[in-house]
Design a protein around this ligand. Structure first.
Ligand code: MGD
Ligand code: MGD
Ligand code: SF4
Ligand code: MO
Length: 896
């Protein structure tokens, strides 16, 4: 028998509906949910590969206390007494929660209620501080409340879409696909991308403005002045001041665009084009993401953008709004419940503490904002916070200056971590480790970027002793003596309470209002169709059957009234300023960090999927070729990036996609997957003074070649022993279908390669079938360990990276079958007998199509479009996430 469950993707804030089907053998298959209004059936590469991530490999299945397995009773007692004793002795502000936009709304609500209403401290902050807090602060300054005015349909309705600091093609792929489809249907729609890097998103834009890092305020102030000079006026509060700050006295129209262009580091004519398009296009949506938020001027950047929309009244109308696109699946839900230390609950501030306390009928209430993420870790370091509970986030990887956070946790008296994985960089430091239920096992709701509340429905049983996050917290609360506030029948009851709080004493002064969902029955909750807030009166519809009707309001602020004291929107005067730390002689380059297409954050889940891991298998640093030359760095070799805070050693990619003077490195790799690629250790801990969001996109850095004397790689059926690996200076680990691949390098060439290689593979003392081909003069060494005819492991060593053979074809030798003679010969020769077996790095995750395969087919079959490549190789025909890269390969082939 097969069963199908409608649920929601646990990755990005697009919030795609997925259907999970279990067949008779409990095998999981995942598809896009055609009934979900946000994705209408589409999924990206990560969503498509979700089934690869639901197995129990690496899962945390039992509580652990002080490093040993414990039962729930012991673990819960330790957490409850640890927190209660600390509070009794040092007061409520001596404890803290650090939570996450990956908790469900119900989990998040309980965490917030426990800390702010019962413990009576506001020391609960969330990884959204690293993500959306600048947008939150900007929204509050402009609109009076943290509200995203538009929805995805607006992107399709717009005639001009401006993407600022957003690599949408990789980070919000289904929104990007909707945008591409709308452009195909109407080629007059324009797309502008504002990003220092030429990203996959920028490749498809009508105009790319590769601005100098951190200059967005100057750019949008320039636009505001241009608009003002071209007859756009407003009598909104702050309008005159904002325009004055933007420089209206200057004759921007008559040539001063050059001044702005120079400040921003872009071409005059391109900037003029952007200004003209914006001025002329009623239906304009400006989407912004981390290139805006993650900045010491993050909040000002947000308001600089919103100012231009308010001045031109491009808000509250179909196809016109500023649009902060959220990162995590429940970034928005977390903001709804009040998970940030700077808000109280349900979009209420600390001035409404009495209202919230009355609703909760709670023994205490936080009356002052608590510590923001970085302050929280500083307080742990200073010994002021003595007990911390970290849930659904991996701060030792994701915080800036991450080794400082590590040192702080190491000496914190009580560190509790709730996670789904047994080992993460953070979990490895926990005193108490609590096994949380994972995506496929969880029940609750999430809210996506367009205010759409969707159900997550469990389709697998909770494994081992894993439990839902809300249930774990309720148990701890009860053991702390707060039984009254924490007895719930299940997530539906928590959701009803949350909805009721949003409606409590809300006379329209808060836009967030879920009154229409406050008395859902269990069945209504079970069947709740995706629903956009506010939902003041609507009755929920059932998802079963036809496409659910959407409710709530698509475009907010249509009537021009806002939840501010005077009922009006506010422009905010902002002045450009440089990054918190400028580049210097010691640290001459600006390090930018961010995401790649197929990994999610700290890789705890996406690294379980070999097809996702194959897209970009290694941590890298991108550098402009001119800078590479200047600093003696070569493509494919290794380099060390050093900043005032830390360092990382990464593979070098030289590319003109990077501006001169800038570096880019991915945020994902960590100590579980690499020897020294945790870029958070190097990232700048400076924050935006208003939002507290860190400057992840700009850290002054130096780069130098890593003085490796040898490079190599290992393919092995099983992971290598950590102790055997200890002697390898630099390594990264890539999971494969039937093997694990390691890239390795070292600064001292082993004198006896054979003994060393056998030691790495754990067969030093065993008599095994060992094939080898050594060329001591050339410094190359190839060897294979064969067991009963099967390839167990292969090792390749060379003095330079380019002397190593291509590797992707080796994956094909791990078939579970005995090796053929041709395969044995190929392994020793270091190249496949059939050249087509060398596919190159993977481009299409869904069909496993490599770069070389695509390039060969383009050449041999004369393929001239993404569609033609799709017809010939299937690449790009499922989720479509790789289409921008296929287009890039076509243009490369065209130039060659
Ligand atoms: N594949 C994938 N998708 C994800 C995630 C993931 O881990 N993997 N994470 C999700 C989460 S939580 C988030 S928050 C989102 C983030 O989604 P995005 O914000 O799109 O992703 P980032 O790569 O962090 O940064 C976006 C871009 O900002 C640019 N940038 C850097 N400095 C500046 C600047 O000064 N000005 C401007 N205008 N741009 C600049 C960078 O070059 C980068 O291309 O992605 C979500 N989606
Ligand atoms: N250098 C750099 N650093 C960054 C950024 C950047 O651009 N550059 N971006 C920042 C941003 S925007 C974000 S959002 C953060 C993300 O950073 P993190 O939140 O630290 O990253 P994740 O890997 O998503 O961590 C989630 C953890 O929760 C676990 N988990 C998954 N599901 C559940 C669950 O249901 N319950 C529990 N209890 N645990 C669960 C996972 O195994 C994982 O360990 O990184 C920030 N850090
Ligand atoms: S775009 Fe991809 S990662 Fe984001 S919700 Fe949809 S399927 Fe998941
Ligand atoms: Mo994020």
């Amino acid at each position: 028998m097969t069963t199908t469950t409608q649920t929601t993707c646990p990755y990005c804030g697009v919030g795609c509906g997925v259907t999970a089907t279990l067949d008779g053998d409990n095998a999981v298959s995942i598809a896009g949910d055609g009934q979900h209004p946000s994705n209408k059936g589409s999924l990206c590469s990560k969503g498509t590969a979700l089934a690869d991530t639901v197995d129990l490999g690496g899962r945390l299945l039992h509580p652990r206390v002080d490093g040993v397995r414990a039962d729930w009773d012991t673990a819960l007692a330790r957490v409850a007494s640890g927190f209660a004793d600390t509070i009794a002795e040092h007061g409520p502000d001596a404890v803290a929660f650090y939570v996450s936009g990956q908790l469900l709304t119900e989990d998040y609500y309980i965490a917030n209620k426990l800390m702010k209403g019962y413990i009576g401290s506001a020391n609960i902050d969330t990884n959204s501080r690293l993500c959306m807090s600048s947008a939150v602060a900007g929204h509050k300054r402009a609109f009076g409340e943290d509200v995203v005015p538009g929805c995805y349909d607006d992107l399709e309705a717009a005639d001009l879409v401006v993407l600022v600091g957003s690599n949408t093609a990789w980070c919000h792929p289904v929104v990007y696909q909707r945008l591409m489809a709308a452009r195909e249907a109407d080629p007059n729609k324009k797309l502008v991308v504002i990003d220092p890097r030429r990203t996959a998103t920028a490749d498809t834009a009508d105009l790319h403005l590769p601005l100098a890092p951190g200059t967005d305020v100057a750019l949008f102030n320039g636009l505001l002045a241009y608009l003002a000079n071209n007859g756009f006026t407003t009598d909104l509060p702050g309008g005159a001041e904002a325009i004055a700050a933007a420089g209206p006295g200057r004759d921007i129209q008559g040539g001063d665009i050059a001044t702005v262009a120079e400040a921003v580091g872009v071409d005059d004519a391109d900037l003029q084009t952007f200004f003209e398009w914006f001025a002329a296009t009623e239906r304009t949506v400006t989407v912004f993401s981390q290139g805006v938020n993650q900045s010491s001027a993050g909040t000002d950047k947000v308001n600089a953008i919103i100012n231009c929309h308010l001045l031109t009244e491009r808000i509250g109308k179909p196809g016109a709004c500023p649009f902060s696109i959220t990162g995590q699946p429940n970034a928005m839900g977390g903001r709804e419940v009040g998970g940030l230390s700077s808000t109280l609950a349900a979009h209420m501030g600390f001035d409404q503490a009495d209202t919230v306390q009355r609703f909760w009928d709670s023994p205490a209430i936080a009356r002052e904002p608590g510590l923001k993420a970085l302050e929280l870790f500083e307080a742990i370091e200073a010994g002021q916070v003595k007990a911390v509970w970290i849930m659904a986030t991996n701060p030792l990887v994701s915080l800036p200056d991450a080794d400082r956070a590590k040192a702080a946790l190491e000496q914190c008296p009580l560190v509790v971590v709730s996670d789904v994985m047994r080992h993460t960089d953070t979990a490895d430091l926990a005193d108490v480790l609590l096994p949380a239920a994972a995506w496929a096992e969880k029940t609750g709701t999430v809210t996506n970027s367009e205010r759409m509340i969707s159900r997550q429905r469990a389709f697998l049983p909770m494994p081992g002793q894993a439990r839902a996050d809300w249930a774990i917290m309720c148990d701890v609360a009860q053991r702390m003596g707060f039984a009254d506030g924490f007895v719930y029948e299940g997530p539906a009851a928590i959701f009803r309470e949350h909805a009721a709080l949003t409606a409590f004493e809300n006379d329209g002064d808060r836009v967030l209002n879920l009154a229409g969902l406050a008395d859902l029955s269990e069945a209504d909750y079970d069947y709740l169709a995706p629903t956009r807030w506010p939902v003041t009166t609507c009755q929920p519809l059932r998802a079963a059957g036809a496409m659910p009707a959407r409710q709530g309001v698509d475009q907010l602020f249509a009537d021009g009234t806002y939840p501010t004291a005077d009922g009006q929107a506010h422009l905010v005067a902002v002045t450009p300023r440089g990054p918190a730390n400028a580049v210097s002689a010691d640290y001459p380059l600006a390090l930018n960090t961010g995401r790649i297409r197929d990994h999610w954050h700290t890789m705890t889940r996406t690294a379980k999927s070999p097809r996702l891991a194959a897209h970009i298998p290694e941590p890298f640093v991108e550098i402009h070729p001119a800078d590479a030359e200047l600093y003696g760095i070569t493509d494919g070799a290794l380099a060390t990036i050093t900043t005032a805070w830390g360092q990382a050693a990464l593979r070098v990619i030289t590319t003109e996609r990077q501006r001169q003077g800038c570096l880019f490195a991915p945020m994902h790799w960590n100590d579980q997957f690499a020897s020294s690629a945790r870029i958070g250790t190097a990232a700048n801990p400076a924050v935006c003074p208003i939002s507290g969001e860190p400057e992840f996109k700009h850290t002054p850095a130096a780069i130098a070649p890593l003085a490796a004397t040898w490079y190599g790689f290992i393919y092995a059926v099983r992971p290598l022993w950590v102790r055997a690996m200890a002697g390898i200076d630099w390594w990264i680990k890539v999971p494969g279908e039937r093997f694990v691949r390691y890239e390795i390098a070292g600064c001292e060439t082993p004198t006896d390669l054979k003994t060393t290689a056998r030691h790495w593979l754990g067969v030093a003392a065993r008599d095994v079938d060992w094939l080898e081909a050594a060329d001591p003069a050339a410094g190359t060494y190839r060897a294979a360990h064969v067991d009963a005819g099967h390839l167990e492991a292969a090792v390749f060593i060379a003095p330079t990276p380019e002397r190593l053979p291509e590797r992707s074809w080796l994956a094909g030798c791990f078939t579970g079958q005995a090796m053929t003679e041709a395969e044995r010969a190929a392994v020793l020769a270091g190249r496949p007998a059939d050249a087509s077996a060398d596919t190159g790095p993977q481009v299409c995750s869904c069909f496993g199509v490599g770069r070389k395969t695509i390039l060969r087919a383009i050449k041999s079959d004369g393929l001239d479009s993404v569609e033609a490549v799709g017809r010939a190789l299937e690449a790009g025909t499922n989720c479509g996430s790789c289409k921008p890269e296929i287009a890039e390969l076509l243009s490369q082939a065209d130039k060659a």
